[in-house]
Design a protein around this ligand. Structure first.
Ligand code: PGA
Length: 250
């Protein structure tokens, strides 16, 4: 059985104080619950360490939103996997469509980042997804296949044991337009089958594949009812404690 994963990607929102305050409130909300869902929050870089301290004895896991592929060096403004692990991160989001589109990240760079994350002991949340033009042109599954192949180039079954895949159709991110549960399920099924072909059933059957794109407390239940949807990567609705806990309690 796969354990549900609900991850909040705060993007460029919340100061250090606001991040810590949210983490403490979330901790209180979840205190009564057994750890039946993996709950992850991804604050901005500068809030990672203070949030790690705030949630040190809780069930909440910490993620960064990005990383650089090199361990150290002359890369002004960048942060390495080793630094993130040292700050208390367990997870890191890699290949988010905002990184791909706004910052020009390509599959080979994303592949190196995924590798860097694993080398530092971090679990990558590897994001893939098609644009509306690609969907309208009937290319959704081809795009997902290309992104999986490029990002996971030379990965082994052992590597895949630590990866979470997030299917996030670009047209659904921050737009209020969620994929229908059936459309999301079709994409998730495609990803799981591709992973079975590449790495075997032992891996594909336990691989968490989560959905992202305008998830809210009202639509999470129907998405989670689909057999291959194992959780959600949540942007906007993860910024508010009521809506994020509503999603966690789907
Ligand atoms: P959204 O963002 O929930 O605001 O659509 C999702 C994401 O970007 O991961």
């Amino acid at each position: 059985m796969r354990k549900p994963v609900i991850a909040g990607n705060w993007k460029m929102h919340k100061t250090i104080g606001e991040s810590v305050d949210f983490a403490l409130r979330l901790n209180k909300e979840l205190a009564e619950r057994s750890a039946d869902t993996d709950v992850i929050i991804a604050p901005p870089f500068i809030a990672l360490r203070p949030v790690a301290e705030a949630i040190s004895s809780s069930v909440i896991h910490l993620a960064a939103q990005n990383l650089h592929d090199k361990t150290e060096g002359a890369f002004t403004g960048e942060v390495s996997a080793r630094m993130l692990a040292d700050a208390g991160c367990e997870y890191v989001i890699v290949g988010h469509s905002e990184r791909r589109i706004l910052f020009g990240e390509k599959d080979d760079f994303i592949c190196r980042k995924l590798r860097a994350a694993l080398s530092a002991g971090l679990r990558p949340i590897f994001c893939i997804g098609e644009t509306s033009e690609e969907r309208d042109a009937g290319k959704t599954l081809a795009v997902l296949g290309r992104q999986l192949k490029g990002g996971l180039n030379n990965f082994t079954a052992h590597d895949m044991g630590r990866v979470v895949i997030a299917y996030e159709p670009v047209w659904a991110i921050g737009t209020g337009k969620t994929a229908t549960p059936e459309a999301a399920q079709e994409a998730h099924r495609f990803v799981r089958t591709a992973m079975e072909r590449a790495f075997g059933k032992d891996i594909s059957s336990v691989l968490p594949i989560i959905y992202g794109g305008s998830v809210n407390p009202g639509n999470i239940g129907d998405l989670m009812a689909e057999p291959d949807i194992d959780g959600a990567l949540v942007g906007g609705a993860s910024l508010d404690i009521e809506s994020f806990t509503g999603i966690i309690r789907f």
